[in-house]
Design a protein around this ligand. Structure first.
Ligand code: ATP
Length: 340
């Protein structure tokens, strides 16, 4: 029986990196019946449909798991981010973003291995915003709830326990945002007490950023609220080679949408130069999730080998291969399971 999954190629570089990823999954021999939805975001709005069409939501709810490319969010106006809508509608409260050194890539550190756990449904992304035209004053409310805090922090500790990770750091700004960040920190301290085998500490977000660019190896699992988590995950992506190589997953109690950290990168869209590595590593996370660990491992090992050798890499990481050339070389390696 094939796995029944939803596929959302997205826009910008999304269709290119998604095609490359599906090619690699096929090469690994995983049988998937994709339910593809290309009409989403601006493409849907142009056709008079909602940015997040109901059939997309239905498809994910029926199948449980989706692989998603980036969908462009208009800046300052237009429709609410499809990415944010999806996470909120499907209650995908845990955004998991690993930042792991890819050996072979020229980066400032050799052995970064950390994971950002970003709360995905509330905080400054709650959508509670006001603009007073008379006074020219804008307010954005960061809503933090005990329930929302507890479930992401517990998710992080449970993940650490299941994956033999021994250190959780909670990032906050409770010295200034005494109520909202203060609640998140209080809940963290309570939940941490239930996991005595896992070392726990907290850091003020600005201090943490400084320490991350100085000595990231001291960190393991980092849990934070929505906006801090978003920024931290781009920062840590930068430590390990950039957005082109960093995977991600949005996970709820019953549903999961796997999407890379990067956006639609309109500056390089349609040129066959985007790096599909982030999306392919995202797919490997998805394969773990749907209980295909061997295929996930084969793909990851083949990717690592490609980076170690360095002959066929895309432009963003110092090579000159196109998206398609990279996908062909990796698929070949995965299909023949060579030199892993
Ligand atoms: P968003 O607001 O959706 O996060 P953004 O425009 O802020 O999007 P991205 O689209 O994620 O940011 O990317 C920023 C830049 O990083 C891009 O303009 C592009 O140059 C580079 N980039 C991102 N993803 C990739 C990729 N997969 N391959 C190569 N370069 C990439």
């Amino acid at each position: 029986m094939p796995h029944e999954l939803t596929l959302l190629p997205g826009d910008g570089i999304g269709p290119e990196v998604t095609a490359a990823t599906v090619q690699v999954i096929d090469a690994a021999g995983v049988d998937i019946a994709w339910d593809r939805h290309r009409v989403i975001g601006a493409t849907a709005v142009e056709r008079g449909r909602p940015a997040l069409p109901p059939d997309v939501v239905d498809s994910i709810q029926e199948r449980g798991t989706a692989l998603k490319g980036p969908v462009t969010t208009p800046v300052g106006q237009g429709f609410t981010s499809v990415n944010v809508q999806l996470r909120q509608r499907l209650d995908l409260y845990a955004n998991v973003r690993p930042a792991t050194t890819l050996h072979g890539l020229d980066t400032p550190f050799d052995d970064v291995d950390l994971i950002i756990f970003r709360e995905n449904t509330e905080g400054l992304y709650s959508g509670i915003e006001y603009f007073d035209e008379r006074l020219d004053i804008a307010d954005s409310i960061a809503r933090i709830t005990r329930r929302g805090s507890e479930r992401i922090i517990r998710f992080c500790f449970e993940y650490a326990r299941a994956h033999d990770r021994d250190h959780v750091t909670l990032a906050h700004k409770a010295n200034i945002l005494k109520k909202s960040s203060g609640l998140f920190l209080d809940v963290g301290n309570e939940v941490a007490a239930e996991y005595p085998e896992i070392a726990y500490d907290d850091r003020i977000i600005d201090n943490l950023c400084m320490q991350l660019v100085d000595n990231p190896q001291q960190y393991d699992c980092i849990v934070s609220t929505n906006l801090f988590g978003d920024i931290l995950s781009d920062l840590t992506a930068g430590l390990v080679g950039g957005l082109g190589v960093t995977p991600g997953a949005n996970i709820g109690d019953d549903l999961a949408v796997f999407e890379a950290v990067h956006g639609s990168a309109p500056d390089i869209a349609g040129q066959n130069v985007a790096n599909p590595t982030a999306m392919i590593r995202t797919a490997a996370m998805m394969l773990q999730h749907i209980d295909e660990p061997e295929a996930a491992a084969t793909i990851e090992q083949a990717l690592f080998a490609m980076y170690r050798e360095g002959d066929t890499l895309t432009r963003d990481v110092g090579g000159d291969a196109s998206t398609a050339e990279f996908a062909d070389a990796l698929s070949d390696r995965v299909a023949h399971d060579v030199d892993l």
